[in-house]
Design a protein around this ligand. Structure first.
Ligand code: FES
Length: 90
C-alpha cells in the first residue's frame, strides 16, 4: 500500500485522476510534523530533516521519523533538476 494512501477517513484509495482530499499524513509523531509540512519546507528549499525541525522550531525527540523524512527528500526532485533527472541518474 503506498504511503500516500494511508490517511484518515478513507476506505478506498483515490482514483489516479482525482485530486487528493486525504488528511495530512503525520510523519513525526513526537512533534506532529506532517507530509504537507515537509513538502512546504522542501518548497522553501529546506533539504534536510534538521532544517525541517528548525523551521518548526523544535528538535527531534525519538528520531524514528528522520529516515522517512530523508526518503521523502531523496525521492523528490531538487529545484533545478531536469525532468527525469533522478531516473536517468540511477
Ligand atoms: S517521530 Fe519524529 S522525533 Fe519521534
Amino acid at each position: 500500500m503506498p504511503l500516500s494512501y494511508i490517511g484518515v477517513g478513507r476506505s478506498e484509495p483515490p482514483a489516479d485522476d482525482m485530486p487528493s482530499t486525504r488528511a495530512p499524513l503525520i510523519i513525526c509523531l513526537c512533534r506532529g510534523i506532517t507530509d504537507r509540512d515537509i513538502a512546504r519546507a522542501m518548497a522553501r528549499g529546506l533539504r534536510s530533516p534538521g532544517a525541517v525541525f528548525a523551521a518548526a522550531d523544535c528538535r527531534p525527540q525519538c528520531g524514528s521519523c528522520v529516515a522517512m523524512m530523508r526518503g521523502m527528500m531523496a525521492a523528490a526532485p531538487a529545484e533545478g533538476d531536469e525532468p527525469g533527472f533522478a531516473a536517468a541518474a540511477e
